[in-house]
Ligand binder design. Structure first.
Ligand code: ADP
Ligand code: MG
Length: 257
């Protein structure tokens, strides 16, 4: 008859063959604990499965963070809300802590002058969402527009838009005046229309809606784009001075005092 310890020694290979790497790693040490503490076999099995599930969730979060391509080091915890009194910290915390707004395809729009923390907040929310298991992608709007234009030139825009559907939330950072040609504004509108009521967008812009005619060129398209973006959305205005400028002034002040 095979001894229990000999049977346990076969478990790592079996677990690996079944693609259960966490169980393969911990089954022997957990067996020792189980024996020492006289666990019933149901408890041992539960501990193994719990560990596999936990590691799977961790790996998924790591994958989501990697694919999100977020700017490094921008977290909600690292954001100084006292510098932006127009932003209600609780509202941002709520968007970071709960994912229901993403699941129903709502949008978040951040407006404000350059350097006020729009990218930081958007990326920080993106990081929190990825940690909560939501698939997310950060993109500078100009890069994404270029990508979509290339797809359009090959008559593959629908496929490119559908591929982006795997991201429940897409960050369009810096919607600005760079998009000037009809082809460029066209794909941006297609993207907004495609995701409307289906998938979330987080949009940042230095330009208030009043100036968006210059982004979309055409007034009817501008109105249609804004309409779709704001229909299910929360709008945050960062009405403050540039954080970069304030930090530079503070550093200069400290150096000279
Ligand atoms: P914007 O996108 O509005 O131009 P950024 O988010 O790029 O501004 O912010 C500029 C720099 O200042 C970044 O390094 C960002 O991390 C930092 N920053 C801006 N606002 C804050 C803030 N309230 N707390 C901490 N860092 C901030
Ligand atoms: Mg920015």
């Amino acid at each position: 008859m095979t001894s229990v310890s000999a049977e346990i020694a076969t478990l790592p290979a079996l677990a690996k063959a079944l693609r259960l790497p966490a169980i393969a790693r911990c089954c022997e040490s957990l067996a020792a604990t189980a024996e020492a503490e006289a666990w019933p076999c149901s408890r041992y099995l539960q501990a193994l499965l719990d560990e596999e599930l936990r590691c799977r969730a961790d790996r998924r979060v790591m994958r989501l963070i990697q694919q999100a391509q977020l700017p490094a080091g921008k977290t909600i915890a690292g954001f100084d809300f006292t510098a932006v009194p127009s932003i209600n910290r609780r509202q941002i915390d709520a968007r970071a802590a709960r994912t229901d707004w993403v699941e129903v395809g709502q949008n978040l729009l951040f407006f404000g002058p350059s350097g006020t923390g729009k990218t930081h907040l958007a990326a920080g929310l993106g990081f929190a969402l990825a940690q909560a298991g939501i698939s997310i992608r950060y993109a500078r709007t100009t890069d994404l527009v270029q990508h979509l234009q290339a797809a359009k030139a090959e008559c593959k825009l629908p496929q490119a838009l559908t591929r982006l559907d795997r991201f429940a939330c897409l960050i369009l950072d810096d919607i600005g005046y760079a998009q000037r040609s009809n082809a460029e504004t066209g794909v941006l509108f297609e993207l907004i229309a495609h995701r409307y009521e289906q998938r979330s967008l987080i949009v940042t812009s230095n330009h208030p809606f009043g100036e968006w005619n210059q982004i979309f060129g055409d007034q009817a398209m501008t109105i249609a784009a804004i309409d779709r973006l704001v229909h299910h959305s929360s709008i945050f205005e960062l009405n403050t001075d540039s954080y970069r400028r304030k930090a530079a002034l503070k550093a200069q002040h400290q150096a000279t005092s």
